[in-house]
Design a protein around this ligand. Structure first.
Ligand code: SF4
Length: 631
């Protein structure tokens, strides 16, 4: 079988030059999409030490050989660049319809280099690709820019990935939005796009021409998907209540990050911001991604306040603007979500940074002179909308907060340094390492900062041994049954590392984790192997795929090592090692010594140097990355 070639669209913004090249199938097979392909190009073509906002930073959009096939969870786009938030490699993923239609135009990757002299957007219509002026779009929120672009090109059916004012103003956690409600949210990729004077990547909805290698086989694999969903309580619940369906459950256990992670207990607000309440009150529709029947995306409306055009909040957003900030009002949270989508800002980092500012204010590190008269107190939601706008426009204290909590803490100094709940400068997602230490370990070692979707969560190791999740883990050789989630022994570390490699497969092949991951398991590892066979004729195995996943992680860590990152950057915020202060989790803590030992074990399992945390030459060679070593 010939592995398909990757078709790459190169855009030199400085010289306004556009060209196309192919990557041979034997190389694409090693880096088959997502940030794996992005990293391959970046490590080949970008020097170390480039500043994130330099024209020399590369910004790479990638899909995979599977994108656009008529199967659930196969429309994801990854953006890879050097992150202005973390200084590490940046990796950010989004769903929607944009990815399928980027591929429909024939491209596996779009590589932006340089900086345009004036704002531009790229319009892709098959082989016809042009840079167009975007001065008239600069400063516009995403909804307005999308409308203007569609009017200008006379086509309502365009898919648009764009930045808002957040990216234009180099907010370090600016997002790239498609459909105005799907975000490549993390790592500040939108700010890099802004630094290049690139407003949008617009693709025409050309007929999806992605053909399955074996159409009949693929149909057999995916038939009865609706029945599968009906018979799968977890994925059915995901569709009904969205990712926010678990929020009140986390609170009942005492592990819902609250008031800037000072506690995990939010009894006064958890119920009012959870997915069930959303479904019963402001939810007006469920939305979806290309050919996905799960329909997990939220669409909410509050007449006169929240516009359904901008979608609705996920669990992470409800936690970041809700419990992190002590805010109990779902409409306020939904408005914050809308504003982030309009301005193009990551909701997790934005909520985390505002929670940090609230604690600084309450501890007297900021006062009303600093905040323009605003009282930044936990639970006060009336300032939230104003603050988000100030951040997007870098006005007043918004200029400081646009830097993210880590850099803001460096500037404020003193006690503020302990109040940034971040890893490598990226604010933590809402899964508490005190409850899920394996997730905490991955927060620490993940190459692009704290991320909750880079490995499986500890909770699956306490699931019923006969459950489908456990059967799935069994295919990775994970059998140990735990009584509770709190251990961090060697088996748990191996679970963390092995599932990180598996999730890295999903991220490389651009498969939605809700559909192809274990948590909801509409499809499992065996199905991925079938997908490879029927989708593109790739006869592969879990062994080869795990190598693919591990290779991506090693390339990322190698990129970071070039930038001077070491083991000392793999550190969790000190607050996480304090005993939980109240609620059902009172007294539970993450043990520092055990955590450091787990880090040692993790590096050994990964084949990295225990002192530096960096990949060894031997390991890179094992993963066919000898070309990296030789450079
Ligand atoms: S499960 Fe949800 S996020 Fe994933 S592809 Fe389907 S609709 Fe999109």
């Amino acid at each position: 079988m010939m592995f398909p070639e990757a078709k790459i669209l190169d855009v030199d913004l400085t010289n306004q030059k556009i060209s196309v090249r192919s990557l041979p199938g034997e190389i694409y097979r090693l880096y088959p999409g997502g940030s794996s392909l992005g990293l391959y190009l970046i490590l080949q073509e970008m020097q170390a030490g480039i500043e994130p906002f330099s024209p020399d930073n590369m910004l790479v959009f990638t899909v995979s050989p599977f994108t656009g096939l008529p199967v659930a969870g196969l429309s994801r786009v990854v953006v890879t660049t050097k992150s202005p938030l973390t200084g590490t490699i940046g990796d950010s993923q989004a769903g929607g319809f944009f990815p399928a239609y980027l591929k429909a135009n024939g491209y596996d990757a779009v590589v932006f280099k340089g900086r345009a002299a004036n704002p531009v957007y790229l319009f892709v219509n098959g082989d016809k690709v042009e840079l167009r002026p975007a001065d008239h779009l600069w400063g516009k929120v995403t909804g307005d820019a999308e409308r203007l672009i569609k009017e200008e090109l006379g086509d309502e059916g365009l898919e648009i990935a764009q930045i808002g004012p957040g990216g234009e103003n180099l907010v370090r956690y600016a997002a790239i939005m498609n459909m105005c409600n799907r975000a490549n949210g993390r790592n500040g990729t939108g700010a890099v796009m802004g630094s290049k004077n690139l407003k949008a990547l617009v693709v025409k909805k050309n007929k999806i021409a992605v053909k399955a290698f074996d159409k009949e086989g693929l149909t057999t694999l995916t038939k009865n998907v609706k029945e599968r969903i009906r018979n799968n309580e977890s994925i059915d619940g995901l569709g009904e209540f969205g990712t926010d369906g678990d929020l009140d459950g986390f609170n009942e256990l005492g592990f819902l990050p609250t008031n800037n992670w000072q506690t995990g207990w939010f009894p006064e607000g958890a119920e009012s911001i959870c997915g069930t309440t959303m479904a019963e009150t402001i939810l007006v529709k469920r939305d979806t991604c290309y050919t996905c029947p799960v329909r997990c995306k939220r669409v909410v409306e509050v007449p006169g306040k929240v516009d359904p055009f901008y979608g609705g909040p996920e669990y992470e957003t409800c936690a970041a603007f809700g419990s992190y900030c002590g805010i109990t009002d779902l409409e306020t949270v939904a408005l914050a979500n809308q504003l982030c989508n309009m301005y193009g800002i990551d909701t997790i980092s934005c909520g985390g940074t505002i929670a940090f500012a609230m604690e600084c204010f309450e501890k007297g590190l900021f006062n009303t002179d600093d905040t323009g008269g605003m009282e930044l107190k936990f639970g006060k939601g009336d300032n939230l909308a104003i603050l988000i706008e100030m951040i997007a426009k870098r006005q007043g204290i918004g200029d400081l907060l646009a830097e993210g909590s880590y850099r803001a803490a460096q500037k404020v100094g003193g006690e503020a340094l302990k109040l940034s709940i971040s890893v490598k400068g990226q604010e933590l997602p809402a899964h508490m390492p005190q409850f899920k230490p394996a997730v905490g370990l991955i927060y620490a070692v993940n190459p692009f900062g704290a991320d909750h979707q880079s490995s499986e969560h500890d909770t699956f190791l306490v699931a019923d041994p006969d459950s489908q999740e456990r059967r799935w883990l069994g295919q990775l050789g994970v059998y140990k049954q735990y009584q509770d989630t709190f251990d961090l022994d060697d088996d748990k570390v191996r679970f963390a590392f092995d599932t990180q490699c598996f999730f890295s497969i999903l991220d490389t092949l651009c498969l939605c984790q809700f559909v192809w991951g274990p948590a909801w398991e509409l499809y499992g590892p065996d199905d991925i192997i079938q997908l490879c066979k029927y989708g593109i004729g790739w006869e592969t195995s879990l062994f080869e795929l795990m190598r693919v996943g591990e290779r991506r992680i090693n390339m990322m860590r190698y990129f970071n090592a070039r930038e001077g990152f070491t083991r000392s950057d793999d550190a969790l915020p000190e607050r996480l090692f304090d005993p939980m202060p109240d609620g059902p989790s009172k007294g539970i803590t993450l043990d520092k010594e055990e955590f450091e030992q787990a880090l040692n074990t993790y590096y050994q399992f990964a084949g990295w140097d225990v002192k530096t945390g960096n990949p060894t030459e031997t390991n890179l060679r094992k993963l066919s990355l000898d070309w990296v070593v030789k450079r």
